[in-house]
Design a binder for this molecule. Structure first.
Ligand code: COA
Length: 165
């Protein structure tokens, strides 16, 4: 990557990736030359899928994007801001759904800014059709055998069915 390439980091737990996350990646590709999807641990969550499984699912899911060569998927641990700096990112990308996301997102963004003033967080609005979507709600529906085919990439729907068989 040349020095003037704009790199955006899109971090999350992605347990698992949903169509809403994919929508944000697509939007981010219009703003950045390279989007690094950073699959991490949120200490407040106990994931259903291992990091390896979550990375596999993100990689499979982004294959369906037309410019998937400009997306990289990587694991990270420790502080997000350290990872972002190591990757020479210009910005951290987060998706916003409802107003209820805002307080938590602002707290993360301001803490990241306190840790390093050189990387800003930018918020992208999810498409209206995914506004109600979250990984937790998808897992809950899948657990009880509900249909999630319209909400997640096909490979994710398959893996969820396997998990809850
Ligand atoms: N469409 C659908 N769902 C979306 C979405 C979108 N566009 N954007 C977010 N979500 C959902 C996710 O599915 C997830 O749902 P869930 O809570 O039911 O699992 C939720 O919103 C938020 O999850 P996600 O976007 O994966 O992020 P996260 O909040 O789990 O991740 C980290 C937070 C990993 C970025 C943060 O914990 C972190 O930076 N950790 C590293 C340690 C660190 O640096 N800590 C200090 C930070 S200041």
């Amino acid at each position: 990557m040349g020095k003037n390439k704009k790199i955006g980091i899109y971090p999350g737990t992605f347990d698992p990736i949903t169509n809403g996350h994919l929508d944000i990646i697509k939007r981010a590709l219009k703003l950045f030359d390279l989007v690094i999807v950073a699959v991490g641990e949120n200490p407040q969550k106990t994931p259903l899928f291992s990091v390896e499984e979550r990375i596999f699912l993100v990689k499979e899911a982004v294959k369906e994007l037309s410019e998937s060569d400009r997306v990289k998927v990587e694991a990270f641990s420790g502080l997000l801001i350290d990872f972002a700096q190591k990757k020479s990112a210009s910005a951290i990308i987060r998706g916003l759904r409802a107003v209820s996301d805002f307080e938590y997102e602002m707290q993360l963004a301001l803490m990241n800014r306190k840790l390093s003033n050189s990387i800003d967080t930018i918020f992208l609005l999810t498409s209206l059709k995914w506004i109600f979507l979250s990984s937790s709600i998808v897992k809950e529906v899948a657990k009880f055998g509900g249909n999630i085919d319209d909400l997640v990439p096909r490979v994710v729907a398959e893996k969820l069915r396997e998990k809850f068989k």
